[in-house]
Design a protein around this ligand. Sequence first.
Ligand code: SF4
Length: 621
Amino acid sequence: MKTNDKPYGWNGKLLNVDLSNREVEDQRIEASVLEAYLGGRGLNMWILHQNLTSSVSPFSPENLLVFGAGPLVGTIIPANGRYNVSSRSPLTGLLGDSNSAGFWAPPLRKIGYDEIIVRGKADHPVYLLITGDRTEIRDASSLWGKTVSQTDTLLRKEHGKDSQVLCIGPAGEKKVRFAAVLNNVDRAAGRTGNGAVMGSKNLKAIVVQGEGKIPVADPEQVRAVAKEIRAAMRGASSFEVRSQFGTPMLVNLYNEMGVLPTNNHQSGVFKTADRISGERLKTEYVVRPESCYFCPVHCSRHAEIKSGRFAGVTTEGPEFESMCAMGSNLGNDDLASLVFLNRRLNDLGMDSISTGGVISYAMECYQRGLIGPADTDGLELTWGNTDAILQLVERTAARQGLGDLLAEGVKRAARKIQGSEHYALHIKGMEVPTQEVRGLKAWGLAWAVASRGGDHCRAFPVMETTWSPEQTKAFFGSEKAADRFAYEGKAAMVKWAEDFGAVIDSLGICKIAYQAMGLTPDLIAKAFQAVTGIESDGRGILEAGERINNLERLLNLKLGLNPEQDTLPVRFTDEPLPEGPSKGETVQLDQMIEKYYNLRGWDPVSGYPSQAKLNELGITS
Ligand code: SF4
């Protein structure tokens, strides 16, 4: 990338909030830092790396909670409403980071901020009101204990319905280690427990209001690129199905491939998957498609339950991850309960993937006799027992009985339930997501090396099943990279996808709309150049992604990462899938991980990036 003198696109301003001293101040962000780390996730990581040490514990006032929205947020470039929230994770002790869409971030950028840093701890519950002209730290005592939808309603009643509300629910207040941060009621920055960090600071909500315009370098070119991107999205082969069904379209697809996690990943085949399919969800519960800010894909859906025990429940979603984590992986094929649980988990403010992960762990402990009714206060934790699932969700959020242990996450829970470690499926302390990676090798590597632990979104290597052999040969050096059972080319695929994903998160656009729909780094670089005025191309923008991934590595090492943690639970490496189209498969990580480290320029023993790699990327500290 070649720098232009004037940094358009960014505001170059962050809001620094100290809750302990009740002080707020604006600070400038250097142009060189913006250009190197782009914004959003990248800039959050730079701020954490500058400020955190291994002695700062996640729930201490010294931990930072950083919100970042990249330079495309609030412009007319499609699907640009995303932000990242980051801290030291209470779940993993390593970097904590999650990403959400919706409508909260664009006004933050429009009133003049790219970032918010929250430090310290308020002596009673508070919320922030940010208007651009002023920032107030306001009393939130009457909101404490309220659900996410109640909090949203009350704050928008107070500050106007056009105000955008981000908040935590009761689970964040109780410091459930996988509590989420929510915005627009149903949009979750779910993973790594940032909601618990927010709760530990007595910060209930951040309300943003106001209008403004993002300064862009070349308005005409921005309009032209936005048009080109919209056309590329609408022309993508998956556009129609994503618009019709959203991510739940994957339920049937994964089941047909034998990679739909079932009963705590004991199988990749769920016999009644069609009962919780995206197709059935659309027919029985979806009343209209929904979209985030400026997004033509509208992959989200507004669902309503009109009859039965959950009648009257409305929600945006559920997404595939929630349908699998609370559905097939718990043996639960009650679709209405999944719609209800989407609403309820968002209201409580708990990550659905980790919640499903702790409950599936508890159910397998129950199956194997490691816990019994005396440990569960009478709950029968049998697969598919919807009532028990509903109860355990409530008890986890409230930290009651077994729920108090599960609120600590499976890694910590397994230290207390003797003999259960094998069933505690986590990576670096975070519960694994909802692919059955024994039949998807690139996803297996992606999980193992993800900087935030058990995670599918850092790399999101959809190319493994959506690209042709010719495409994977051109990009990753092997036609076999398009074969989900093969190992060749997967290290290159995951590295490329991680770098691309870091760019997307840092610019503030959506991985589903761009990465999953086949849009290229070149096209994104065009948008970046039109907005910022910085000359760029696909290669240059991917280098920024590589820089961000290396900085995340340094941050994790600083916080205590051991490279031996770049691995998978034994279930995935040593236990072959027992049935279905992926029967007999395991993940042979050693066939990919060394190549991945080589491509990254990381030392296989210490895990550190080589000095040559740091020099090449211009990382100086
Ligand atoms: S693709 Fe879906 S999740 Fe992404 S911005 Fe559009 S509607 Fe939101």
